[in-house]
Each structure stands twice: as structure tokens, then as C-alpha cells.
Design a protein around this ligand. Structure first.
Ligand code: SAH
Ligand code: SF4
Length: 351
């Protein structure tokens, strides 16, 4: 079985030509896939009936993930979908809307996609990490996470404005499928979202960052740092071993030099763990003069007993970075009450 959402537009052309049909038939598949959201091959009405049957007979399908549950936050701005993959696994995907931040008159609508079920990196503060690693998602399972929300938004006259790879899993540990999904999502004959509207978040796998830098894409990069030194970082990210803080910072610098895109460092703030003024100063020293941005994330309640810092401590941490000339913001979390915020995704419970 091959999902048509797996194919790059060039591969779709090759498929129709190999089947003995003219090239334009590829667009009669691609256009509906990305603008009409068909559920089955028989919904591709522009294709001759015989061609649809030939596709089915050759093992082509549509839609590798099925919606099985939907939860919406009280303010209506965050929606979490539980999707089932064809091999029975479940994955979570989140839509976050920002009505006050309009893009061409539409609310900013960011989809947070997952690249794996579970995660092998084992970060002690992250619910996905505490699940352990289950499986890698295929490109079509990543693409169709976006398609589900594109369909929901289209019915409201809205559309997907941004995609962040910040759901379950470590994108760099599923590199080939992640990059195939990005190529399909950004291709002008595919989903067609601008490269600059996509951000990948990584725990800091240096080889993956360097590989991504060479792709010649304008994708945004966020690196989850969480600590300014290796000793503390290893306590929070037990698998950090091969990628030292210094190597990660250097990889971020290379990414910026190669792509011209500023890197964001994510820093989950945990009370009495990595939130002291001394640690803020150490972080400021580490990041000074490298033009990057720090995104502070007061930790969300999840696995482990980590607590959010007091607001005053967060403000003080931000002030120290700011005074050292480092661009810094505090992330406003959305969807905490429906367990849809950063680090809260897991699939054994659906709140
Ligand atoms: N594996 C990637 C992407 C998924 S996690 C990564 O770690 O970057 C996306 C972001 O959520 C990361 O910055 C991660 O550190 C953060 N995160 C994980 N658990 C969290 C929690 N409990 N509270 C707040 N942020 C969390
Ligand atoms: Fe994996 Fe990212 Fe969670 Fe760490 S924070 S366990 S890398 S998903």
C-alpha cells in the first residue's frame, strides 16, 4: 500500500506517466489532495474511472491517519486531535490559533506536528520522553496531520499559516521521513506553505542540524537547550552525551551562517533546577554575540515533579538575558488544560 500523500509532485508525474496517462493527470491528483482533501481514491472525480481503479489495484490509498478523537480548549483557540495510523498506533497533533495576530486578515493558525510516537531521548520533564520510543512516523503520516487541520480550517474560511515540528518525537531522529514531509508541505504543487513558515525543533542533534543546513531550505530552527553547561544538561536530557552544549551552539551558528535564519534556543524553566540568576548569567555568557533568540518556556505540568518558577523568577531570568543583549521572549502556553501544550503529548491517555 502506498499513500498518495507520500509522493512528491515529481514522483506523482512519474507514476501517471508510467501508468500510460498524460502528465496533466498528476495535477488532477495533486490539486484535490492539497485543496479538497479527498478521503478515498474514488473521490478523485477528475480522473477517468478506469484510472482510479488502476490506482486502487496497484495498491494506492489516501489518508494514512484517521481522526478518532478531538478536544477543544475552553477559549476555542487550541484543538488537539488524536489520530490513528494504519498500523493501529495513535498520534497527537495540535492546532494553536492566535486571533490577535492576523495574517492577511486570518488568525495565525499554527499546527504542531509529531514525527515519532514516543521519543528515545528521554528528557526527564517531557511526557513523550517518559513514554519511551515506539515508532517513527512516515512522511505521509506527518503530512496528513497537517491535512486534517487544513480541512477543519478550510470549513471555517481559514487556513494553516505555520507548521512547527514540536509535537511528539525528535525530528532529527527520523530525518528522511521528516525532510520528505517538509518537501511535500512546501512544494508549490504540494501543500505549498512557505518554507519560512515552518520551524523544526530539535533536542540538539548536531549531525542533523548540519544536514538540514545543507538542504538549501529556509526552514526555521529551534534548539532545545535547557541548560548552559553539560553537567546540568545531562541531568535533564540524559541522552545528550554525544552533543555537548558547545558543539550545539557551534552547530546553531553554522546553521545561521548557511541559511541566514536566526536560531531560537528553547529553554524550559524549572523551579530550583535551571532558573537561578547565576544560571541566567551563565547562559547569557554562552550566547552573547551570536545573534540568536531565547524562548523561555515555564515548564508545563507533566511527567516528573518539576514545577514552574515563580513569575518573578521568570521575569528576572529574562531581564538578565535582556541586559546582556540577548533577544528573549517568554512563551505563552496554550492548551495546558487539554494537555496539548509543550511536552504534554502522550497517547495512552486522552483528556
Ligand atoms: N524533540 C524536539 C521537539 C519536540 S518537544 C525537542 O525536544 O526540541 C518541543 C518543545 O517542548 C521542546 O523545546 C521541549 O523541550 C519542550 N518541552 C518538553 N517538555 C516540556 C514541558 N513539560 N514543559 C514545557 N516544555 C516542554
Ligand atoms: Fe523527545 Fe523533545 Fe520530549 Fe526530549 S523534549 S523527550 S527530545 S520530544
Amino acid at each position: 500500500m502506498t499513500d498518495l500523500y507520500r509522493l512528491l509532485p515529481e514522483e506523482m508525474e512519474k507514476l501517471v506517466i508510467d501508468m500510460g496517462y498524460p502528465r496533466y493527470r498528476a495535477d488532477q491528483i495533486l490539486y484535490p489532495l492539497y485543496y479538497k482533501f479527498p478521503k478515498t481514491i474514488s473521490d478523485l472525480k477528475q480522473l477517468p474511472k478506469t484510472m482510479r481503479q488502476e490506482l486502487v489495484d496497484a495498491g494506492y490509498t489516501i489518508g494514512s491517519t484517521k481522526e478518532i478523537h478531538r478536544v477543544v480548549s475552553e477559549d476555542g483557540e487550541t484543538t488537539k486531535l488524536l489520530l490513528n495510523t494504519t498500523n493501529g498506533a495513535s498520534v497527537e497533533t495540535v492546532l494553536m490559533q492566535y486571533p490577535s495576530s492576523k495574517i492577511n486578515g486570518h488568525p495565525r493558525s499554527t499546527i504542531c506536528v509529531s514525527t515519532q510516537i514516543g521519543c528515545a531521548m528521554g528528557c526527564v520533564f517531557c511526557a513523550t520522553g517518559q513514554m519511551g520510543f515506539e515508532t517513527n512516523l512516515s512522511a505521509e503520516e506527518i503530512v496528513t496531520q497537517v491535512i486534517h487541520f487544513a480541512n477543519i480550517l478550510q470549513q471555517r474560511g481559514e487556513h494553516v499559516t505555520n507548521i512547527v515540528f514540536m509535537g511528539m518525537g525528535e525530528p532529527m531522529a527520523n530525518y528522511d521521513e521528516m525532510i520528505r514531509a517538509i518537501k511535500i508541505l512546501t512544494h508549490n504543487r504540494g501543500f505549498g506553505i512557505g518554507q519560512r513558515h515552518i520551524t523544526i525543533s530539535t533536542i540538539g542533534i548536531v549531525s542533523g542540524i548540519d544536514r538540514l543546513a545543507k538542504e538549501n531550505l529556509q526552514i526555521g530552527l529551534a534548539i532545545s537547550l535547557h541548560a548552559p553547561n553539560n553537567e546540568l544538561r545531562k541531568k535533564l536530557v540524559p541522552t545528550a552525551g554525544p552533543n555537548s552544549v558547545e558543539d550545539i551552539i557551534e552547530a546553531g551558528r553554522r546553521y545561521y551562517e548557511k541559511t541566514g535564519r536566526r536560531v531560537t534556543f528553547e529553554y524550559a524553566l524549572m523551579k530550583n533546577i535551571n532558573d537561578s540568576p547565576e544560571i541566567a548569567s551563565e547562559l547569557a555568557l554562552l550566547l552573547r554575540n551570536n545573534g540568536s533568540h531565547v524562548n523561555l518556556i515555564p515548564i508545563n505540568p507533566t511527567a516528573g515533579d518539576f514545577e514552574r518558577p515563580e513569575n518573578d523568577n521568570t521575569i528576572e531570568f529574562e531581564r538578565i538575558l535582556y541586559n546582556a543583549g540577548i533577544n528573549c521572549t517568554v512563551r505563552v502556553e496554550k492548551g495546558t488544560e487539554i494537555s496539548a501544550a509543550c511536552g504534554q503529548l502522550r497517547t495512552d491517555v486522552m483528556n
